[in-house]
Design a protein around this ligand. Structure first.
Ligand code: DX5
Ligand code: ZN
Length: 216
């Protein structure tokens, strides 16, 4: 089954609650919340207060993507804000596995993301402790970019590894995903699809969600 995780970065921030409702009613199972600190990535978005306000209004799975340096400092805050899944970046800290274990100890699902230049093999050793890996298909920091086609091969390497080891780990892709290029990443083994612009900027977000889901 394909899981759709619309990125709110492309939503209308003045009516975020309504935007969440719209995509949840349209069939999105997750909502992707991009947290940026202006240091790990050259952009700033929002933090725990926005997420906890949304939490009171929505039952959908909160897929929180932390693009912040030294994420261990803030895990408690995002747990308290209502995250169901917390993704940290492999490149954002000295010891990603320690952060993964901390997230798990709080009863939240851990995920580790890799930037376009990071090889997928860095995740192999920790795979059995992860619920999901996130392959960035653009340089993190901004919505509305074009997917980098070379990232498809990284998804395949990760899916092969997961299967060979009899594990059950979701593979999420994020950045520039559209109904047109989604078949490539899904065929390579991705099963959680983030899409910001393609969903929130569409005339008919429901049709886009249904189209991508039908690829699975
Ligand atoms: C980029 C973010 C993405 C982004 C996706 O750093 O992690 O989640 O908002 O947006 P689109 O689908 O517009 O590329
Ligand atoms: Zn993201």
């Amino acid at each position: 089954m394909i899981i759709i995780s619309p990125s709110v970065l492309a939503a209308d921030f003045s009516v975020l609650g309504a935007e969440l409702d719209k995509v949840a009613k349209a069939g999105a199972q997750y909502i992707h919340l991009d947290v940026m600190d202006g240091i790990f990535v050259p952009n700033i978005s929002f933090g725990p207060p926005v997420i906890s306000s949304l939490r009171k209004k929505s039952e959908v799975v909160f897929d929180v993507h932390l693009m912040i340096t030294d994420p261990i400092r803030y895990i408690d805050d995002y747990v308290k804000a209502g995250a169901d899944i917390i993704t940290i970046h492999y490149e954002s800290c000295e010891n990603p596995l320690e952060v993964v274990r901390y997230i798990r100890s709080k009863g939240v699902s851990p995920c580790v993301s890799i930037k376009p230049e990071t090889p997928p093999e860095v995740l192999f050793d920790m795979m059995n402790e992860l619920d999901m890996v996130l392959v960035m298909t653009v340089e993190p920091g901004f919505g509305g970019q074009k997917m980098i086609p070379e990232m498809v091969a990284k998804v395949r390497v990760l899916r092969d590894h997961i299967e060979k080891n009899g594990l059950s780990v979701n593979i999420e892709v994020d950045g520039g995903i559209t109904p047109e290029n989604a078949p490539q990443v899904i065929d390579a083994g991705a099963n959680v699809i983030v899409a910001g612009s393609a969903i929130f900027r569409a005339d008919d977000p429901k049709a886009v969600i249904e189209k991508i889901k039908a690829l699975g």
